[in-house]
Design a protein around this ligand. Structure first.
Ligand code: 4AD
Ligand code: MG
Length: 431
C-alpha cells in the first residue's frame, strides 16, 4: 500500500493509501465520524464509518484527542466541497501517541498565550499558511536572482564593523576582541560585487532596537542584492521587477494559503512594475497638504507618515532622494544637489511600511574618507572597505528587502511576529 502525504493524494484517486497525520479536529453523528487530519503538507477530512471499522475502532475514533498522532489508511475519493478536492474514506488507523489535553483549542486565545506556545501554534491553519507564503517568497527570490545572473554570497554574521550606525548593535566577545552581530551584509556584498558583478545574500540580521511596533523584530531576515556598474535608477528597476515577481509567484503558487488568510487578491494583482516614485521633497509637501504639522524637511518619516504616503497609491511607492544627513554614511550624494542622497525606501501599500531600503554607494575614495571622519569610523574594521575604492572603484548600487515585512504585507497579516517561525521581540526570547 502506498505511503503518501496529503499534498499528493490527487495522485492516488480511488486508491488505498496510508498517511502519517495528526488529529486537527473531529465531529461525529450516529454511525459516522469526521476526522480533520493534518500532516504538515495539508489538511484533509477523513470519514470513519461504524460499519467499515467495527464497533470498537469506531468508538475509539470518536474519542481521539486533538493532536493525537496516528497512521491512517483509507481510500482517496473526490470531494468537490472541500478546498483540497478530496477526502479519505478511512478503513483503518493505528495510534502513534495519544495527545494530552492540547492547550490551543479552536476557541480564541490571547496573543501572549499564543506567543508562549509558538512551538505549538505553528501547527494551526493560519500560521501554516503564513509560513508557506514565506517559503514561496524565499523560493521565488532564489529563482529571480538566479535567473538574472546573480551569485549568492553569504556575508559573515559575526563582524567587527557596523553598516547602519552603532546605536542598534548587539555586542559580543570574539575571544579578546569586541564583535557585533550583523545588522546588514551590505559592506561585504559590495566587496563581493567587485568580484562577481551581481550578487545577493539571504540571511539573518540583528537590530537591538527598542521598538515595540507591528513592523519591528530584533532578529529578521534580509535579502540584499548588490550590483556593480548599476546606478540608483537601475537599482529601482531591479527592485520593482523583483517585488512584482514575488507578489505574482505567491498569487500563482499559494492560492489555498491566500484563501485561508482571506487575503484580498485584487490589491495583490495590481503589483506589477513599474512602481510610482516620489521625491522626499514632494513627500514632505504631500504630508503637509494632508494636514500633518509634525514633520519638516530634514525629519525622518514615522509609521503614520509612511502610511499616509502609501495611501495615495495602489502599488508600492519609492520615496527617493532623502536628506544625506539622516541616511547611512555610504550613500552617494546626488551630484546635482549634495544635500540629498541617491537612495530610496520602498513603502508597501495598506500600511505595511518600508519593505526596502537601498541606494547608490559612494565610489570616490576621497569622499568616502571624508565620511569616515564625519561618522567616526576609525580603526582597522573599515580599512578593507576603503580599499574597494582604491582598486578599480566603479559605480554600484544595492538594496535590502526585509523578508518579514514583505510576508506580512503579501499574506495580509497585521504583525510581523506571525511571519517568522520563532520571533525575537523586545522582551521575548521564548520559545
Ligand atoms: O533600511 P535598512 O536598515 O537598510 C539596510 O540595512 C541596508 N544596508 C540594505 C542594503 O542596502 N543592502 O533595512 C532594510 C530593510 C528595511 O526596509 C525593512 O524592510 C527591514 O530591512 N528592516 C526590518 N524588518 C524587521 N524588523 C526590523 N527591526 C527591521 N529593520 C529593518
Ligand atoms: Mg531603512
Amino acid at each position: 500500500m502506498a505511503k503518501t502525504t496529503i499534498q499528493n493524494v490527487s495522485r492516488h484517486l480511488n486508491e488505498e493509501v496510508t498517511i502519517g497525520a495528526w488529529i486537527h479536529n473531529k465531529r461525529s453523528s450516529g454511525k459516522i465520524a469526521f476526522l480533520q487530519l493534518r500532516d504538515g503538507t495539508g489538511f484533509i477530512q477523513g470519514v470513519v464509518g461504524k460499519n467499515d471499522l467495527g464497533e470498537d475502532k469506531f468508538n475509539k475514533a470518536k474519542t481521539l484527542s486533538q493532536e493525537t498522532s496516528l497512521y491512517v489508511t483509507g481510500t482517496v475519493v473526490e470531494d468537490k466541497r472541500s478546498p483540497l478536492g478530496f477526502e479519505l474514506q478511512i478503513s483503518d488507523f493505528s495510534i502513534i501517541q495519544e495527545a494530552e489535553d492540547y492547550p490551543i483549542t479552536p476557541k480564541e486565545h490571547g496573543t501572549e498565550f499564543l506567543m508562549d506556545h509558538r512551538h505549538l501554534w505553528l501547527r494551526s491553519k493560519k500560521q501554516h499558511a503564513v509560513m508557506k507564503v514565506r517559503n514561496e517568497i524565499i523560493r521565488a527570490t532564489y529563482e529571480f536572482f538566479n535567473d538574472n545572473g546573480y551569485v549568492k554570497i553569504d556575508p559573515p554574521i559575526l563582524t567587527g564593523s557596523s553598516a547602519e550606525g552603532t546605536t542598534e548593535l548587539f555586542h559580543t566577545k570574539y575571544f579578546d576582541e569586541e564583535a557585533y552581530l550583523s545588522q546588514s551584509g551590505q559592506l561585504y556584498l559590495e566587496a563581493a560585487a567587485m568580484a562577481f558583478n551581481k550578487v545577493f545574500s539571504f540571511g539573518p540580521t540583528f537590530r537591538a532596537e527598542k521598538s515595540k511596533t507591528r513592523r519591528h523584530l530584533i532578529e529578521f531576515w534580509m535579502i540584499e542584492p548588490e550590483m556593480a556598474f548599476m546606478d540608483h535608477e537601475d537599482s529601482l528597476e531591479v527592485q520593482e521587477e523583483y517585488v512584482s515577481y514575488i507578489a505574482q509567484s505567491v498569487l500563482r503558487n499559494c492560492k489555498m494559503e491566500l484563501e485561508v488568510l482571506e487575503r484580498d487578491l485584487t490589491s495583490l494583482q495590481k503589483i506589477e512594475a513599474p512602481f510610482p516614485r516620489i521625491t522626499y521633497d514632494d513627500a514632505i509637501q504631500l504630508l503637509k497638504d494632508k494636514g500633518f504639522t509634525d514633520i519638516d524637511w530634514g525629519d525622518d518619516f514615522g509609521a503614520p507618515h509612511e502610511t499616509a504616503i502609501a495611501d495615495s497609491y495602489e502599488k508600492p511607492v519609492f520615496i527617493t532622494h532623502f536628506p544625506t544627513e539622516i541616511k547611512a554614511f555610504y550613500m552617494k550624494p546626488d551630484p546635482e544637489r549634495a544635500d540629498v542622497a541617491l537612495c530610496a525606501d520602498l513603502i508597501a501599500p495598506e500600511g505595511y511600511g518600508e519593505i526596502i531600503g537601498g541606494s547608490q554607494r559612494i565610489d570616490d575614495l576621497e569622499l568616502m574618507k571624508q565620511r569616515y571622519e564625519e561618522h567616526n569610523l576609525t580603526g582597522d574594521a573599515y580599512q578593507w572597505y576603503l580599499q574597494l575604492r582604491q582598486y578599480g572603484s566603479v559605480p554600484h548600487s544595492g538594496f535590502g528587502l526585509g523578508l518579514e515585512r514583505t510576508v506580512a504585507w503579501i499574506a495580509g497579516v497585521e504583525h510581523v511576529r506571525e511571519t517568522i517561525p520563532f520571533p525575537r521581540l523586545l522582551n521575548r526570547l521564548y520559545p
